[in-house]
Design a protein around this ligand. Structure first.
Ligand code: COA
Length: 264
């Protein structure tokens, strides 16, 4: 649990805007931030994805707002941010977690399929950062982009997502440099294989899972909680001099994935 790891109220008085915030990794991040004292806006296309997490946060004594918006539509994101600021008074933290993905060989991938994932993951991240800027600038703040490790190697069936996440890493470094002067820190987390997610269930075929775990130096798959804890840390004052980092949270998986010597 986040509370047992960090001092109580680590993110007290912070307002977080979390896209993809209802389910999976970003749902866990939203819950982790709420447990650390932040007030949280959960944003995704479908209200039915948001309401259960919003209820679970409020039932636990936190504050959550569920807002529908598509990160591909800048005007919807602007409205969602406006609603968040009207409700909570300001904006301190933006988590770009909304993503789309599927397995598809490059030769079968349509231009629209490639473009759709780039539109959601990469352009969506820019759209949200851009719309949040004026609010973050007021008192300084923190952007956390959700990247991946796919793009660090040549991952088959993932050309579209790899290209998008490589762009997210670049955007992270660029914004860190441009917006650091406003007291806005921009960082990313690159999760490795996280077993308790819909994406893992859908994208990692069952026969591969055990082999995958054996290739992770820490000999376990990741959990949503691992990413939530790293996210709370990066958005807290403990990380106040970390800007432009892409923090890989994968138990050492990608470093070991193509090791010429085999596993240690
Ligand atoms: N294989 C190949 N192409 C696919 C595909 C698949 N499994 N899924 C979508 N596409 C293509 C579509 O064929 C379409 O291209 P086309 O017009 O040339 O046929 C294009 O992507 C857009 O698809 P569409 O379903 O209209 O877009 P959407 O905006 O409704 O949804 C996704 C796009 C990526 C979000 C959708 O695949 C999805 O809902 N995925 C599950 C949720 C998810 O990805 N969560 C993230 C967990 S990692």
């Amino acid at each position: 649990m986040i509370e047992q790891t960090f001092v109580a109220g680590l993110l007290r008085d912070r307002v977080a805007f979390v896209t993809g915030g209802g389910t999976g990794i970003t749902g866990g991040i939203a819950r982790g931030m709420a447990q650390a004292g932040a007030r949280v806006a959960l944003v995704s296309r479908r209200m039915e994805h948001l309401e259960p997490m919003a209820k679970s946060i409020t039932d636990a004594g936190g504050e959550a707002l569920a807002v529908t918006a598509d990160v591909r539509r800048p005007e919807e994101i602007e409205t969602a941010i406006k609603q968040t600021v009207e409700r909570f008074g300001k904006l301190d933290i933006v988590v770009n977690g909304a993503a789309g993905n599927f397995l598809c060989a490059a030769e079968e991938l349509s231009p629209n399929g490639f473009g759709t994932v780039v539109d959601i993951d990469l352009k969506g991240t820019f759209n949200v950062c851009r719309a949040a800027f004026e609010h973050l600038k007021r008192q300084g703040g923190c952007i956390l982009n959700i990247s991946a490790t796919l793009q660090l190697l040549g991952t088959p069936l993932q050309l579209h997502a790899s290209a998008a996440k490589a762009g997210v890493d670049t955007l992270t470094r660029g914004l860190a440099v441009e917006w650091g002067r406003y007291g806005i820190r921009t960082n990313a987390i690159a999760p490795g294989p996280i077993e308790d997610t819909e994406g893992f269930a859908r994208l990692v075929p069952a026969p591969v899972r055990e082999k995958l775990q054996r290739r992770i130096p820490l000999n376990r798959l990741g959990r949503i909680e691992d990413i939530a804890q790293s996210s709370v840390f990066l958005c807290s004052n403990a990380a106040s001099f970390i800007n432009g980092a892409v923090l890989v949270v994968d138990g050492g998986h990608w470093l070991a994935a193509n090791n010429l010597m085999g596993s240690a």
